[in-house]
Design a protein around this ligand. Structure first.
Ligand code: FMN
Length: 249
């Protein structure tokens, strides 16, 4: 989708034909956007799934639209937008706006141990004023996780150990996040195991594109015990502190 996405401006009618840019995967019988609920979400989802890896280029290229008088944005799919500044401002926000005081927390858990760790982290973060979007990977829409990655300052992946590495569903989301290149600032991992493995190292190796600071992972044998729950409290402290330092809360 980049660099072959080309924008064409029709000065006579002040229409910007944007190809894939500023569009959405919204199939509707109505040609024009009408501010229906769901239109913004569809546009954000499209940005997250398709355009997010190109955020740096998007910021630079949005400036080229500044001199144009645009009355309509006509993308190649999704409704025609008759309020162009709205969608252009959304793109500025999604590609370069401040990250939010939010943790994106995708996880999988076979026997419930990682789930207990995840729920403890959710409670600890919420009590410190940090928002959390928690995704059970076996039942989540990947598009929702991609949308969460657009502006979550922190990502924590819950990954139990399977056959010496991370559970495949956790490895999958790490791989996907790596491809989407979100502007995540901090990452960490919650991991449960029985006898040993390299789940944390594997997840860390899969997210090399994220220019995020790695926070101390929490790794525990089976169900978390009191020292593990304390480590989770410390992780929540650290996340809240980091978000505070960035002025997000
Ligand atoms: C198919 C399978 C493979 C596993 N492989 C490993 C392994 O290689 N190393 C290990 O330490 N534990 C392994 N375990 C044990 C789990 O990592 C352990 O029970 C962990 O607490 C599960 O966390 P969960 O309840 O969040 O799924 C395996 C469990 C299953 C079901």
């Amino acid at each position: 989708h980049w660099p072959e996405t080309m924008l064409t401006y029709l000065p006579e009618d002040r229409i910007l034909f944007t190809c894939d840019f500023l569009g959405s995967h919204l199939a509707t019988s109505e040609l024009y956007s009408t501010g229906r609920p769901g239109e913004r979400e569809a546009a954000k989802r499209y940005f997250a799934e398709i355009m997010m890896p190109f955020s740096n280029l998007i910021v630079k290229n949005l400036d080229k639209l500044d001199g144009l008088q645009i009355e309509m944005v006509a993308p190649s799919h999704g409704p025609v937008v008759s309020n162009p500044s709205y969608i252009i401002d959304c793109y500025r926000e999604w590609s370069a706006g401040p990250m939010r005081n939010k943790v994106c927390l995708p996880f999988v858990s076979m026997h419930g141990s990682t789930r207990v760790m995840v729920d403890a982290l959710v409670a600890a973060l919420v009590s410190r004023g940090v928002a959390v979007e928690r995704f059970e990977l076996t039942a989540s829409d990947l598009g929702h996780i991609a949308m969460s990655l657009v502006d979550a300052a922190t990502v924590v992946i819950g990954a139990p150990t399977v056959l010496g590495g991370a559970h495949p569903a956790a490895a999958h989301i790490a791989l996907l996040a790596n491809a989407l290149r979100p502007r995540t600032k901090f990452v960490s991992v919650l991991c449960s195991y029985s006898w040993g493995g390299r789940a944390v190292e594997q997840i860390s190796g899969l997210i090399g594109n994220l220019r995020a600071e790695a926070l101390e992972p929490v790794v525990c044998k089976g169900l978390p015990r009191s020292q593990d729950l304390q480590a989770i409290e410390r992780l929540a402290d650290q996340i809240a502190q980091k978000h505070r330092e960035l002025g997000l809360m």
